[in-house]
Design a protein around this ligand. Sequence first.
Ligand SMILES: Cc1cc2nc3c(=O)[nH]c(=O)nc-3n(C[C@H](O)[C@H](O)[C@H](O)COP(=O)(O)OP(=O)(O)OC[C@H]3O[C@@H](n4cnc5c(N)ncnc54)[C@H](O)[C@@H]3O)c2cc1C
Length: 432
Amino acid sequence: MPDILPYADSYYARSRDDDHIHPPLDGSIETEVCVVGGGMAGLAAALGLAERGRSVILLEAHRVGWGASGRNGGFVSAGYSRDLSALIARVGRDRAVELHRLSQEAVDLVRRRAQTMGQAVAPITDGLVRCSWFDDRAALDRRVAQANELVDADLEVWPREKVRAIWRSPRYFDAVMNPKAFTFHSLNFARGTAKAAIRAGAVIHEATPVTRIDLSADRKRVETATGTVLADQVVVACSGYIDGLVGPLSRATLPIGTYVVLTEPVGGRLAEVIGAPHGVSDDRFASDYYRPLPDTRILWGGRISRWTDLPRLAETMMADLRRVYPQLADVRAEVAWPGTMGYATHKMMQVGQLAPGVWYNQGHGGHGMATTTLGGELIASAIAEGDERWRLFEPFGLSYAGGVLGPWVAQAVYWSYQARDAWKSWRQTHRV
Ligand SMILES: Cc1cc2nc3c(=O)[nH]c(=O)nc-3n(C[C@H](O)[C@H](O)[C@H](O)COP(=O)(O)OP(=O)(O)OC[C@H]3O[C@@H](n4cnc5c(N)ncnc54)[C@H](O)[C@@H]3O)c2cc1C
């Protein structure tokens, strides 16, 4: 039986709202829908189903939000890991716009739900800023014009003088402000979503790893070490932690590691270096992302790799921070942690039906804080109301992720893009 693990030590785990544990499954029960996986993809499906009056049981191997959903940057924005122009290239303009609008609606729903959770998810800070690492204002203007025209994104271009007055880094040029996006406490949001699902009638069992699912009969049989669930329908939402549980879903999942560090409080001088509360990222393929917390600590994320952990993680992440803000060279790390994302090779979320009554919501990659809720809502409304909008995602199926070689290929691609970013940056500095 797999080990049942506590929350990884992180800013989020240290500041979680309470430590209520949903007791493990004990015995055999029946339900209409069984959800496997208590990250945001599973929790959103459970909440959506319970809100629609369906009987639903969710089984989580460790704790709700134990995986990527409770360890991330807390950035919530529209769109997918695959960007809008790549989406247009794949499915055409109209379908791409429709898909993007669904993700915008999900951002609004996440915000509405977060607003009911009070201080636990605070601060909810509006506005995400993407600072340009490269001196290419024209490219920025084109991208913003396209997004504003096609999907009413309301993006604003901020000139470099304004950017450098707020974020005192020699690295940045112009920036794009997305006022509709926000940041919040993602683990408490996951835990709050679990509580909301229970209030709506769902049952949640933590510390209950599913060991086997028999999907062959009309009634699906979900087995754990301490009990069995018989269900008419199953939703699998195990992301990068799926580890072979359902072959076709596991084979379509590329587990990719990524990392976050929390600094010690910086104190009064933080405002002179990072002069706004917004979340920030940049436009390199291997982007950093960060946000200042109200107590002047900085939550700083970045890097991806095929390894689920990195040696000397805190030092590595702090070196990234110092590259952007050399004036914070003396600031120390408080805690650093890894997380695993589940990617599809096409970089779109995967939502759909494997067989009648067998649903999946996975592949949210590094952009899942809104799309997990979208997937959950689509599945809930499909089961409860016959809604077929999940079919919009059919072009992005369960593509083979490359088996054991997949993560190595992803690592090689990452290194090549990192090298490309470094080369671009060097040419810019040396005006070649
Ligand atoms: C460090 C980091 C930073 C990120 N930053 C951002 C960000 O700022 N904004 C953003 O939009 N996205 C971000 N992401 C991505 C985002 O967090 C994910 O896309 C999203 O959380 C995926 O949710 P999920 O429910 O699919 O997966 P997870 O949250 O990983 O949940 C999967 C769950 O399934 C459970 N499980 C697995 N196997 C079993 C089993 N056999 N039985 C029972 N349960 C099982 C696991 O225990 C786990 O809890 C980040 C990810 C990481 C790791």
